[in-house]
Every structure is written in structure tokens, then in C-alpha cells.
Ligand binder design. Structure first.
Ligand SMILES: *Cc1c(COP(=O)(O)O)cnc(C)c1O
Length: 496
């Protein structure tokens, strides 16, 4: 098999093995790791269509993580995708009228980030062993909601790891907050910061790039790694479910072998849709990659004008995991459409850092024809939840609704009626209040858990364990801090 090595999006040199790139998270120059060349699926869709989720995940991971042994990968996969998921299928497809919703929310925290964050701790600890690392791995994460809990759930009590999660105070849903601050595990730490998600993320990046701190940490037996979606150890496991969705449609006779499908992804940090792009690049017959944004529509503007401009009002929406003005993973796409040109990418990222804006070249724009950017307003998002519920009885969360709404707009505008997979990124129970308000304003005044019971009743869906667990859980984390104090908080927690 072809060996795949990784380099930074911001420099021409360096070629790391997958395990090294996973351990480092972010490159020293601030860039993101990308495969130097992309592999290709070495099994036919026909063969893949007969596989379980775990078997298929192996077929994808082995192409990208070429320095892991078969046993190592299968071991990581087995520990990740097990009975912590509430369905053996792991990522089932639900047909809701025409399109298929790829339900990525059957893991322990009922959102799609489990798909990657259940396996990342095992990839990381395996990578550490392979590279003779004896330090404990310290995970720092900035979250706009779902990543935090999913990372905590993935790392809690995993030996040789510690995890610190920062979230914007008031910038996540009450349920999300409750899920995080009740997290068990002595190696976990949860902190609310007085700032928005981008400030939290910038704070984390600054801590990562602090060379002095890295030395101090090393002396005390610690080193940082990242669980954010910039880690290649998160990105690649996400490629698997797009391949799986295609294989599944094929095995159920919904499509012919080779027939192209469209994929619609509710997008924030651009990790999930980038995984779809990689799935396409390695040979999955995908036509359009439809990038769905909420009212923070930086990406919509980018795909339609070629200009990325983060200088705008930050809007708090009912789909908070997509309330993002700097989509970190877009940098990988920029690098690829520049013809894998690190210098060009670096120049654009420098513009972004200094002015908040960059413009891609016409040549780069021609490489974006697979992408379609659209957005849904708050009102449209709510209406779509209500309409789909009334028409079909199926209840979606707000993020998925953004994608569903964008799907409807796209089909109405283009008449493109290819079989479509919509990435369904959270259980409606994770955003119960917004979902129930969308269905009927009479729910506005209910208590959280009243609404949860009512959602279960009207949708005829069992309340997931993740929700039942926090009904009466004890609050274990109550630290708040200013963004300037993030570094000190981390040091305190580590006792250095
Ligand atoms: C994180 C998240 C998204 C956005 O995914 P990206 O990979 O950041 O684009 C969408 N929906 C939900 C529910 C999420 O948690």
C-alpha cells in the first residue's frame, strides 16, 4: 500500500507519519497537517457495501494512517464504535421524504462529533506508544458546544491523557452546558470564558504556540495535543461515514453502483464537509458538496464571491455549533485548491490574520465547482423543522434543519434531483427548546425537562441516555475566567 505522509499547509518542508501528525495536532508554523497525496479506495463499492461500519471504517483509515498496523487500527475502531452507540449500524440512514438523513448522533453525546472523538483518544495513545512518548497528553479544546462534551466523553479516564475544555459563557445551550459541567473523570477540566467561540479558539491556539510553556510542560511530563477538528486524527474517521452512506445506499438498492449522489452538510468549522470532500477525492461517487450555513454566512459569501471576510457581526443563532466566523478547516481546502501550494495558502492566511479578509484567485475559484454554498435564516430553520415534522412526523435538530432547508432551496433553484445525503449532526434532544419552539410557540415557557418529555411524546422517540443521565447529575465544574487567564488556568490544573 502507498505510504501517506503529512505536511503543514503553511510550509513546503517536512513529511510526518500519520501517528506523528496526530500527536502534534497543529504544525509548528501554525498550519494544519494535510496528506501530501491523497490515497484511493482499494476495494470496490460492491465489496464495501457488504461491510459493517467497523469493517468499512478500517478500509478508510488504513489508506490514510499507513504507519499503523492492522491490529492497532482495528483495536482503535473496536474501542470507539461499540455499544456506547445506541444502534449497531452506528450511522443509520433515515429517508425523510426524498433525501436521506445520515444520522450521526447515535453516540454517547448524541451529536456527530462522537464519530471522531470516540476514536481520537485511542489513535492518540496508540500514536504516543508508537513514537516512544512518555509524557501525558494534555488535550486543550475550545468549543462552541458539542465538541466540548464529545471530547470530554472520549477522553474521560483514558490513561495517559488530561483534557481541558473552554467554552464561551452564555454561548452554548443550557443542555450543552449542563452536559459539560457535570462531566466525570479526574482527568477532566471544564472552564467558561468571558468571550465568544473565536476568542476561545484564539486563546487555545496561543497556548499551543507558546514555546516557553511547551518547555515547562515537558519538564513536568506533559505535552499538548489538539482534539479540535484541525487534528488529522479527527478528520479522517469522518471520511468513513460518507463512504459508508454510499455503500449503504448501494446495498439497499437505492442507487446504482457508480451513480453520483449529492451531500449536504451543516457547516461551522468546515471539518465535516472537508471529510466529504476527501471521501469524494478517494473515489466515492459524490457530485455536489453543498455547504449549509446559518446566519453567520461567511462560507456562503466565500463560495459565491471568492472573498473570505470575517469582519462582520457575530450572530448567536439556534444552531450554535455553526456560529463561527473563522472556519479553521477551510485552510486545508484553500491549500488544495491553490494546487497544494503552501506559500500561497500562507499568504492568504496572513491576510486573514492581519485584515480579517482574503481573496482567492480566479484559478482557485475554478477548483471550487464541486461546492455549493447556501444559507438558512433563523426563521427558515424553524419553519423547516415544523414543516418536516408536520409532513412526516420526523423531528430534526436545528443544525440539521439548516442543512435540510438549504437542500430544499438548492433543489428548487437547480432541479438537481440526484439522490442526496444530508449530514444530520445532532439529536433534536440536544436542542430541545429551539426545536419545540419551532414546532409550536406554546412551548416557549416550558422547563427544559418538561420539553424533553414532550419532545419524546410527540416525536415518539425514546429519550437518549445522554439526556437521562444529566437530569439529576451533580455539577462538578464551575470555573469561569477572562480570555487572558486561560494559560494560567491550564497551568493550575496541571499543577505546574
Ligand atoms: C460541530 C457541529 C457542526 C459543524 O461541523 P464542522 O465540522 O465544524 O463544520 C454542525 N452541527 C453540529 C450539531 C455540530 O456539533
Amino acid at each position: 500500500m502507498k505510504e501517506i505522509l503529512y505536511k503543514s499547509t503553511r510550509s513546503e518542508d517536512g513529511a510526518l507519519k500519520a501517528s506523528e501528525a496526530i500527536l502534534k495536532g497543529l504544525a509548528d508554523d501554525g498550519g494544519l497537517f494535510v496528506p501530501i497525496e491523497l490515497p484511493e479506495l482499494d476495494k470496490s463499492m460492491e465489496e464495501l457495501s457488504k461491510m459493517s461500519y467497523q469493517e468499512l471504517a478500517y478500509e478508510v483509515l488504513k489508506l490514510f494512517y499507513t504507519d499503523f498496523t492492522e491490529e492497532e487500527l482495528k483495536n482503535c475502531i473496536a474501542k470507539a464504535y461499540d455499544e456506547k452507540f445506541d444502534t449497531e449500524e452506528i450511522a443509520p440512514l433515515a429517508q425523510v421524504k426524498d433525501p436521506y438523513h445520515l444520522e450521526l448522533f447515535h453516540g454517547p453525546t448524541i451529536a456527530f462529533k462522537d464519530m471522531a472523538l470516540q476514536i481520537l483518544p485511542h489513535l492518540l495513545t496508540t500514536s504516543a506508544k508508537k513514537n516512544g512518548v512518555e509524557n501525558d497528553i494534555v488535550i486543550l479544546t475550545a468549543t462552541s458546544g458539542d465538541t466540548g462534551k464529545a471530547a470530554l466523553a472520549g477522553f474521560a479516564n483514558v490513561e495517559g491523557t488530561k483534557i481541558v475544555v473552554f467554552y464561551p459563557d452564555g454561548g452554548v445551550s443550557p443542555i450543552q452546558e449542563k452536559q459539560m459541567i457535570t462531566q466525570k473523570g479526574d482527568n477532566t477540566h471544564v472552564v467558561a470564558i468571558k468571550g465568544n467561540f473565536d476568542e476561545a479558539q484564539t486563546g487555545v491556539k496561543n497556548i499551543f504556540n507558546n514555546k516557553e510553556l511547551a518547555k515547562e510542560m515537558d519538564k513536568s511530563g506533559f505535552q499538548f495535543s489538539s482534539a479540535n477538528s484541525i487534528n488529522i486524527g479527527r478528520l479522517i474517521p469522518q471520511v468513513a461515514y460518507y463512504v459508508y452512506s454510499y455503500a449503504k445506499l448501494l446495498s439497499e438498492g437505492k442507487i446504482e453502483d457508480g451513480e453520483k449522489i449529492n451531500v449536504v452538510v451543516p457547516t461551522g468549522n468546515f471539518g465535516n464537509i472537508l471529510a466529504a470532500y476527501y471521501a469524494k477525492s478517494i473515489g466515492t461517487p459524490i457530485d455536489k458538496l453543498v455547504c449549509a450555513s446559518n446566519e453567520n454566512k461567511v462560507l456562503y459569501d466565500f463560495f459565491n464571491t471568492g472573498e473570505y471576510d470575517k469582519n462582520r457581526e457575530f450572530i448567536l443563532t439556534t444552531s450554535p455549533s455553526m456560529d463561527i466566523l473563522i472556519s479553521s478547516n477551510l485552510e486545508r481546502l484553500i491549500y488544495h485548491i491553490a494546487g497544494d501550494d503552501a506559500n500561497k495558502n500562507k499568504e492568504l492566511m496572513a491576510n486573514l490574520a492581519s485584515t480579517g479578509v482574503y481573496n482567492i484567485t480566479d484559478d482557485m475559484r475554478t477548483k471550487l465547482t464541486d461546492f455549493v454554498g447556501k444559507f438558512a435564516s433563523e426563521e427558515e430553520t424553524a419553519q423547516t423543522i415544523k414543516k418536516i415534522y408536520e409532513d412526516t412526523g420526523y423531528i430534526m435538530d436545528t443544525h440539521t434543519s439548516v442543512a435540510r432547508c438549504v437542500y430544499e432551496k438548492y433543489v428548487a433553484e437547480t432541479g438537481d434531483n440526484k439522490t442526496t445525503v444530508i449530514a444530520s449532526t445532532a439529536s433534536p434532544f440536544k436542542f430541545t427548546r429551539a426545536v419545540m419552539n419551532a414546532i409550536d410557540p406554546k412551548y416557549q415557557s416550558g422547563e427544559d425537562f418538561e420539553l424533553i418529555d414532550e419532545l419524546s411524546r410527540i416525536g415518539n422517540i425514546k429519550i437518549p441516555n445522554a439526556i437521562e443521565e444529566i437530569r439529576n447529575a451533580e455539577i462538578r465544574h464551575n470555573t469561569k475566567c477572562e480570555t487572558e487567564d486561560m494559560e494560567n488556568i491550564v497551568k493550575d490544573f496541571l499543577g505546574i
